[in-house]
Ligand binder design. Sequence first.
Ligand code: MLT
Length: 284
Amino acid sequence: MRCIGKNLGVTVNNITISYNDEGPDDVPVIIFIHGFPFNKSMWRQQVDALKGRYRTIAYDIRGHGNSESGNQKFTIDLFADDLVNLMDELNLSKAVLCGLSMGGYIALNAVEKYPERFEGLILSNTQCTADTPEGKEKRMQAIQGIKESGVEKYAGESIKHFFLPASLDVKQKAVAAVKQMIINTSQKTLCNTLLALANRKETCTHLAEINIPVLIMVGKEDKITPPDKALFMHKKIESSQMYILDHAGHLSNIENQYEFNYQLRSFVELISKKLFCLSDTDGN
Ligand code: MLT
């Protein structure tokens, strides 16, 4: 039987995964996958925008938020297997995925390995390329820095890269909430996930095989996964549409939640009308 609510726990690959499951039964299911080093709470505005009409599941990737780490080596492959096992445990044969940055890496990996399990894909502020040698080197320096100077210092430095400079002043509450997510992530998870990110494989060569509807969104000023990365994926995926969001850097779902939610809702409505023959207006 389905449990509805927040901070629910389910055993997946021998660890407890923490998830929120909200919205009605027998409607399309959207699974939200957070970026690094955040947790499922980064999706609150999107879940609130969709949960009246869709079943929304936001979960914590192993080691993050309230999910256990387990003993296996962290890899994006393992995170994708966790996702599909979570779907199995929740009896979901199919879902729409919405992943931001690392969440997008996981979504692309899962769609490549288990294409039959997904009926739509939202790729936000992400990319299909693997790390360059310089990118890997930066991850190793970050690991070194975390070990030497601790998580709080890492949070203080990395937060500047996730938001526009203006948002650091104007959106102080949102910035503080994201910073707290980083501080709440253990040193071990930060280091192990940085290694997983450095070692991830590219997914670009499989993009042309994707034949489900795809929405690609990116913040205009995203310096981590800039718009050209999004455009590259858009060109490779025939069934994709793409939006560049103004006034947004890497965390575009938080910095420009109005536009993000508008595009997200329009996309999900479109695919659910096709797949589930939902009516145009609520209640009809
Ligand atoms: C994220 O937001 O998930 C990270 O910026 C991804 C990355 O570092 O490649």
